[in-house]
Design a protein around this ligand. Structure first.
Ligand code: SF4
Length: 325
């Protein structure tokens, strides 16, 4: 018997897949990628643990449509968990035919998350994902209605578990039994649960600028709204300076301090002479002026090879604060 196991990289999804392997089910591991989640490397580690190849499926475009107006709303921050899981299951539905899989396994635990893992939500997710009766949650299966896999005897219900609630102890004990000694903490995988990130994201959306390139930029640097249609992103350290430069696209402006240490910055949107000046002054503020009243900032518009340099003074703190996103 063959099943698709959704692998986030967290411990629960690994345990669920392991339990199924123990029952002789061939598990195919799928990790769905969205631009807010850095779970792929964790999922790869999990796949090694399960000794199965991992398939990654990018669902970013569909996910962005969901986040604009999720039918089931948001969790504590901007995490539309129910809609997100429905989307993943609906993708699984088409993959099942392609991969000749008979059911789907997830690591969800009843009552573990207030929004998406209560009984009604689990049912809704399966139904709206088009997989009613076909989603087996091995960690809590004994507390949930029988699925087709149990009814058909493909898996033994008596060997499934009855985990319930937010405690992690049963998972940790099971991990020990499976000799899984290292695993990530449950929180922190999805940026949509991070209040600081979602504040920036809301600001981006309020300006109609939601797209994958802009989301990547949201993950680095200090952000400044320098006009209704223009943002400036300023690196906070060497690693971010490199990232900012790498994320630059055609028509973006790149700014670099000249002769002094300071940040790399990127401006995206429409820029005029005044905004270029303002950007240079912000960069100057975060540069190491060594007691000097002004410094030079070089800028260029991608992909232009020619660059210009301005000698400029730093922007005053009170003005900086007003522009900060
Ligand atoms: S936490 Fe993020 S990735 Fe996980 S279900 Fe919710 S929205 Fe989707």
């Amino acid at each position: 018997m063959r099943a698709i196991a959704l692998i986030s990289g967290g411990l629960d999804s690994v345990l669920a897949a392991k339990l199924m392997q123990q029952q002789g089910v061939e598990v195919l591991l799928i990790n769905f990628r969205i631009p807010f989640c850095k779970s792929y490397s964790r999922a790869e580690e999990a796949a090694k643990n399960l000794n199965v190849e991992l398939t990654s499926v990018d669902i970013s475009i569909d996910f962005l449509k969901t986040i604009n107006n999720p039918r089931y709303g948001f969790g504590a921050n901007m995490n539309p968990c129910i809609d997100c899981k429905i989307l993943m299951l609906s993708k699984c539905k088409s993959l099942m035919h392609e991969l000749d899989a008979q059911f789907v396994i997830t690591g969800e635990v009843l009552g573990q998350r207030p929004m998406s893992q209560h009984r009604q939500a689990l049912e809704t997710i399966a139904i709206r994902g088009g997989l009613e009766g076909l989603v087996l949650r091995p960690l809590s299966a004994k507390l949930l209605p029988e699925t087709l896999a149990e009814k058909q005897g493909w898996v033994k219900r008596e060997e499934l578990l009855a985990m319930n609630g937010r405690t992690r102890r049963p998972q940790m004990e099971l991990a020990k039994k499976f000799d899984i000694l290292e695993y990530p903490t449950p929180a922190g995988g999805c940026l949509l649960t991070d209040p600081e990130f979602t504040r920036r994201l809301k600001e981006l959306m309020s300006h109609g600028e939601l797209n994958i390139d802009n989301i990547e930029l949201l993950k680095v640097g200090r952000h400044f709204r320098i006009s209704d249609s223009t943002k400036l992103i300023v690196g906070r350290n060497e690693r971010e300076n490199e990232s900012v430069a790498k994320l630059a696209k055609e028509n973006d402006y790149l700014f670099l301090p000249e002769e002094v240490a300071g940040p790399t910055a990127l401006a995206r949107g429409s820029l005029n002479h005044g905004l270029i000046n303002l950007s240079c002054r912000i960069i100057c503020r975060y540069s190491d002026l060594n007691g000097s009243k002004e410094s030079k900032v070089t800028y260029l518009k991608i992909p232009a090879k020619e660059q210009e340099t301005l000698a400029i003074s730093p922007l005053e703190e009170e003005k900086i604060v007003k522009l900060r996103v």
